[in-house]
Design a protein around this ligand. Structure first.
Ligand code: KIV
Ligand code: NA
Length: 264
């Protein structure tokens, strides 16, 4: 399999081929995801919950991110390795450059993801100048959970929807190579996807964006308690871990996931 790059993801969007992404936090799962044909592996700061048992992503540190990124990077996957910038690591240009540089140099990242709005355009621009691919995470931003007042769908009201579309445009203009929309109504996601040239990946964002991402433990049925409404357990259908990963990739490519019941 040829390595997935920013350029090949762009071509997938242009051709209308859906991009299948999943999170992973260690070597063994990174190998399994790669064998299943996953395009992008995210070392998400969701590791705070699924690796560390925390309530939110806020306590996750740069050292945590680098440790897990290195574990995944040792799999030398064809899948593109994207790594999250943790809470409070990217709010000044100097800190964002320093910390994104560490994720690339020490963690082996090929792209960094940061939660933000149009306010982060200058930071995205400076990372772009430095040659660091960036994914901008819009909509529900879990690092802002205390400001947003909980984990809830974003962009429902007209003014918020217009602001998110504008943020997407501004961030693309600033150099973002990919956008990620979390818990955003499907109609707004379709608008943003049509208005941008770079791939738009969704989670709880309907089927009209360019690709999908889920938290690995949710789609393997390992999450204690209820999984989010937008997620789906692929284990019953896949029958094994490799089978579930392949079923997920096939469902994303074949547009059977997400279905209406996963969409806002
Ligand atoms: O940290 C994470 O796993 C994420 C995905 C849910 C998009 O940011
Ligand atoms: Na994250």
């Amino acid at each position: 399999r040829k390595p997935v790059t920013v350029a090949s993801l762009l071509r997938m969007k242009e051709r209308g081929e859906k991009i299948a992404c999943l999170t992973a936090y260690d070597f063994s799962f990174a190998v399994a995801l790669d064998r299943a044909g996953v395009d992008v592996i995210l070392v998400g700061d969701s590791l705070g919950m699924v690796m560390q048992g925390r309530e939110t992503t806020l306590p996750v540190t740069m050292e945590n991110m680098i440790y897990h990124a290195r574990c995944v990077a040792r799999a030398h996957t064809a899948a593109l390795l994207m790594v999250d910038m943790p809470f409070m690591s990217h709010y000044t240009v100097a800190e964002a450059l320093h910390n994104a540089g560490r994720l690339m140099k020490e963690g082996g990242a090929r792209m960094v993801k940061l939660e933000g709005t149009g306010e982060q355009a200058e930071i995205v621009n400076q990372l772009t100048v430095a040659g660091i691919p960036v994914c901008a995470h819009l909509g529900l931003r879990p690092q802002a959970v205390h400001k947003l007042g909980g984990y809830r769908v974003q962009g429902r009201e007209e003014a918020a929807a217009r602001a998110m579309l504008e943020d997407a445009r501004v961030l693309e203009q600033a150099g973002a190579d990919m956008l990620l929309l979390e818990c955003v109504p499907a109609g707004l996601v379709a608008e943003i996807t049509a208005a941008t040239r770079v791939p738009v990946i969704g989670i709880g964002a309907g089927g009209e964006c360019d690709g999908q991402i889920l938290v690995l433990q949710d789609m393997l049925g390992l999450t204690p308690g209820r999984i989010p409404r937008f997620s789906r357990n692929f284990m019953p259908e896949g029958g094994s871990i490799p089978g579930a990963l392949e079923a997920y990739v096939a469902a994303v490519r074949g547009r059977t996931f997400p279905a209406a019941e996963h969409t806002f």
